[in-house]
Write a protein that binds this ligand. Structure first.
Ligand SMILES: [Ca+2]
Ligand SMILES: [Ca+2]
Ligand SMILES: [Ca+2]
Ligand SMILES: [Ca+2]
Length: 507
């Protein structure tokens, strides 16, 4: 954490402001304050003062929330005009925003005379895993009123940060980071630590260093433009870049990424990095739209892009894995269980399977490289979910040996005329996923059917003849075919055909 000079300035500013408010409004005293005096005469047994309470804030929707997982510091005010206030203790608020401090009520470096502590609690937009800072690197903070000359008693000091508090967005972003971290840690097995994350934002600032808009500065922090402070998807987008850098120590870069947009082709490297960072916010924030505002899906008429209901038909949306929105939508359809379209979106890997590759691998720079990690699996459904999103990695099924000319006897039924997997193959789909269509070209002699892995032929009503049929194989996206020729011989010739059952599958 960075508690630089600016922080100290801010700290003193807040302190003097708080003192001013107190002078105007009187002390904000706690429960059950006792009126007895308290001074050096009881130094040997000064007792303990306890401070408990909760910090709340109003979120982007105006809902009151506990500020969980932030640093709370118990601070002792030293009078005399110095800045020598002491941080007596530090803790992290719990899931309900609660804090608890207990301290010996004796000011060891205070003035002689009344040695009771003068205390307040300061809350920071930070913890030990993530922080939100201003552009100078100072952590935002909020304080309770000061309790002067505390009694050895329990005080309750609740704090609420209003929605229009100038620094409230720091707590919103703090929670964005928390949700992102929690999502990744809770949905990976073994749990993946996304690393330390830091966000910088400052009121009214929309560009910063090399960032004309919100961006992640590799190896440093995510900058959130003030005009996107209400957009949790944008925050999580930049955090996703941050996480990828934390994990891989680099961000695949591409000059074509300087001016990228969600629905336009850039290149495979840019589209992969940006698309992944447009996919993750959908899961973390719980809706299928990438929003540049509050969300979900264009709430308040802000710009948004629905990444679930985008298909090959979506207008004004480029095709292929060089388009970041296509990559994001492909991730979404690989992950989700919903088949929302008339196309082929029926894969649902869930997040862990994707994260297992995305968050554990070093050096993959494109979506096709990501996809290649699953090359040994049955990708029949995955390839269709990608195709639905215009990313076409499919290859056609093929015959890896020519179909034999078959000689059979009239008057017989051949259940295992041809073992089809011995001839037909597809790089993505298992045989069971393939559809075999029979197109006899010499009816009525070709009474063929599919029987599991076998082509069957019923020639029981035929004495002799010639059968030709196109065997068409489809993986549902593409198909191929070969001509099968069957010569049907009179049964009286059986002696010349001792091995007419197809045994080519028997090893
Ligand atoms: Ca959204
Ligand atoms: Ca979809
Ligand atoms: Ca879907
Ligand atoms: Ca295929």
């Amino acid at each position: 954490m960075e508690l630089g000079d600016n922080m100290a300035r801010k700290f003193r500013f807040i302190l003097s402001l708080t003192a001013l408010i107190l002078a105007l409004s009187g002390l904000n005293l706690a429960y059950g304050v006792q009126a007895n005096s308290y001074n050096d005469t009881i130094q040997p047994d000064p007792g303990y003062v306890t401070l408990i309470g909760t910090i709340y804030y109003y979120d982007r929707h105006g809902q009151l929330q506990p500020a969980s997982n932030i640093i709370a510091q118990l601070i002792e005010v030293d009078d005399g005009g110095s800045s020598a206030n002491d941080i007596l203790q530090e803790t992290i608020t719990d899931a309900s925003g609660n804090f608890y401090f207990q301290e010996l009520n004796f000011d060891i470096d205070g003035p002689t005379g009344d040695r009771r502590l003068d205390l307040y609690v300061m809350f920071l937009s930070a913890n030990y895993n993530y922080a939100v800072l201003n552009l100078d690197g100072a952590i935002y903070n909020w304080s309770t009123d000061i309790i002067y000359n505390a009694e050895s008693f329990t005080y309750r000091q609740d704090k609420t940060v209003s929605q229009n508090d100038n620094w409230a967005p720091a707590l919103w972003m703090q929670n964005d980071i928390k949700r992102t971290r929690d999502f990744i840690q809770d949905n990976t097995n073994p749990s993946i630590d996304p690393g330390f994350m830091s966000v910088r934002w400052e009121e009214n600032i929309n560009t910063h260093r090399s960032c004309p808009v919100s961006c992640y500065i590799p190896g440093e922090y995510a900058f959130i433009a003030d005009r996107r402070k209400n957009a949790p998807d944008v925050v999580v987008h930049e955090l996703t870049h941050h996480i990828m850098y934390n994990i891989n120590d680099h961000i695949p870069s591409s000059p074509n990424c300087a001016n990228h947009s969600i629905n336009r082709a850039s290149d495979a490297v840019c589209a992969f990095g940006e698309g992944w960072a447009e996919f993750l916010p959908l899961l973390v924030n719980g809706d299928e739209c990438y929003d540049c505002g509050l969300g979900p899906c264009g709430y308040n008429a802000d710009w948004y892009f629905d990444l679930e209901f985008s298909t090959r038909d979506t207008p004004n949306f480029d095709y292929g894995d060089t388009v970041e929105g296509r990559v994001a939508a492909a991730f979404f359809d690989l992950c989700d269980p919903e088949n929302e379209s008339p196309w082929y979106d029926d894969e649902h890997w869930g997040f862990e399977k994707i994260a297992h590759v995305m968050l554990n691998r070093v050096g993959q720079d494109t979506f096709s490289e990501f996809y290649s990690h699953y090359a040994n699996e049955n990708l029949h459904y995955a390839i269709r979910s990608l195709f639905q999103n215009t990313i076409d990695y499919n290859t056609a099924p093929y015959f890896y040996q020519n179909l034999p000319i078959k000689d059979v006897l009239g008057g017989f039924y051949y259940q295992q005329l041809l073992h089809l997997p011995s001839y037909i193959y597809d790089n993505e789909s298992d045989f069971n996923n393939l559809q075999i269509n029979l197109h006899p070209t010499s009816a009525p002699f070709c009474n063929l059917s599919i029987n599991g892995a076998f082509l069957s032929g019923d020639f029981s009503t035929i004495t002799q003849g010639h059968c030709e049929a196109l065997i068409e194989v489809s993986d549902s996206l593409t198909s191929t075919w070969q001509l099968l020729v069957i010569n049907i011989h009179p049964a009286t010739n059986a002696i010349y055909f001792p091995a007419i059952q197809d045994n080519s599958f028997v090893k």
